[in-house]
Design a protein around this ligand. Structure first.
Ligand code: KDG
Ligand code: MG
Length: 408
């Protein structure tokens, strides 16, 4: 059996997705996700122009060899575009291997370690009242762990907070601001640090001590500010504080870690095990936030999690709607197979997206499950996909009150 064709499908059912579709000489189809939010066409071109021609004629079963061939062969290692492209190839090959074996991918990864993957949902509100309503809604939908984001008095739109909930806007980045240029928002760290502890005080008094609560600081803080936030949130027993400092500087987390026992998660912008080396070996974090889509695929993330396991660091894979259903399925197969699973982020895709990507995975009683279909368990409806043309979309830009660009 050889790979006969490698096709890149860009579709935009509510938001943009880049999918690699491999077909073997025996007609087996494998899918992989290479969606890079706001930079989708770069990943599509990398795949179409530089990777697809190399795949035709190769053995689809040689997953490790193909991974190394694309990673070492490119010479220009790592980076989000390269690693998303390699991830798509890797997922598609695992999908094919599963279909040929007649087994779901998690079985090929060692089999099931748990009944399902505990998922956390995204609750948010511009006010504490709206946030409390949003948490109730998520609990009604079956979520058993909640990410809490809120507006900040004196600031306008804050990334990650649904600002038009009265008109049904549930998530801020669904779709990711479809404008010709990024939307600009204003940020004030001091106002944020003053406000957040009171938000968690209100949430804990409404929902009690048991509900796992998470919070995302989106790389906006200095190490000292992050230490201050971590300490001020200790009474509310967070499941994790995410991305408190910029992702580039692993050493920043030494300062944070030495000052607070609030658990730390980082890594949605990382794309390789090397980005975590200091963080894991020095036990500066508790959770790995990579997505399978942006960190080199199932093969690479499996190795990353085995490395993390030695240091008691667990998974919390990135799962916003800019990871396609194919990328989400890949994460779920790992979630149920690896020993050091922690939690899975889950923002349900829109009905439009799910008409294009038919998913075998399910969400019941707070747990996600990849399902028992052979391979990854997601099918791409090419006809439905063709109806949605690529639409430029950008993530926002954040500025401090004096106009200085800041992390959003
Ligand atoms: O594309 C960027 C989003 O995926 C990201 O900002 C969402 O921070 C995020 C999260 O934790 O899901
Ligand atoms: Mg995040």
């Amino acid at each position: 059996m050889t790979i006969e064709s490698a096709e890149v499908v860009v579709t935009s059912p509510g938001r943009n997705f880049v999918t690699l579709r491999l077909t073997t000489s025996e007609g087996v189809v494998g899918l992989g996700d290479a969606t890079l939010n706001g930079r989708e066409l770069a990943a599509a071109s990398y795949l179409r122009d530089h990777v697809a021609p190399l795949l035709v004629g190769r053995d689809p079963h040689a997953i490790e060899d193909t991974w190394q061939y694309l990673y070492r062969g490119a010479y220009w290692r790592r980076g989000p575009v390269t690693m998303a492209a390699i991830a798509a190839v890797d997922m598609a090959l695992w999908d094919i291997k599963g279909k040929v074996a007649g087994l779901p991918v998690y079985q090929l990864l060692g089999g099931r370690s748990r009944r399902g993957a505990l998922a956390y949902g995204h609750a948010s509100g511009t006010t504490v009242e709206a946030l409390v309503t949003s948490i109730h809604n998520h609990l009604d939908e079956g979520f058993r762990a909640i990410r809490v984001q809120s507006g900040v008095p004196g600031l306008g739109k804050v990334y990650g907070v649904g600002h038009d909930q009265a008109r049904g806007q549930k998530y801020d980045y669904e779709p990711a601001g479809r404008t010709a240029a990024p939307v600009e928002e204003t940020w004030d760290t001091a106002a944020y640090l003053r406000h957040v502890p009171g938000v968690f005080e209100a949430v804990r008094s409404e929902f009690g001590p048991e509900l796992p609560l998470l919070h995302d600081a989106h790389h906006r803080l200095t190490p000292n500010q992050a230490a201050q936030l971590g300490r001020s949130l200790e009474p509310y027993d967070l499941f994790w504080l995410e991305d408190c400092t910029p992702g580039e500087n692993q050493e920043a987390l030494r300062r944070v870690r030495s000052q607070t026992t609030t658990p730390l998660a980082i890594g949605e912008v990382f794309n390789s095990v090397h980005d975590y080396q200091t963080l894991i070996t020095e036990q500066l974090i508790d959770f790995v936030r990579s997505s399978v889509t942006h960190a080199g695929g199932i093969t690479a993330v499996r190795k990353l999690m085995d490395f993390a396991a030695i240091y008691q660091v667990r998974s919390g894979f990135h799962g916003p709607t800019d990871v396609s259903p194919v990328g989400m399925a890949a994460a779920l197969h790992l979630d149920v197979a690896i020993h050091n699973f922690g939690i899975q982020e889950y923002m349900p895709h829109s009905a439009q997206t799910l008409d294009v990507f038919r998913c075998g995975y399910s969400f019941v009683d707070g747990l996600l499950d990849p399902g028992e279909a052979p391979g990854l368990g997601v099918e791409l409806d090419l006809e439905a996909a063709a109806a949605f043309e690529y639409t430029p979309a950008y993530l926002p830009v954040n500025r401090l009150r004096d106009g200085t660009i800041h992390d959003w």
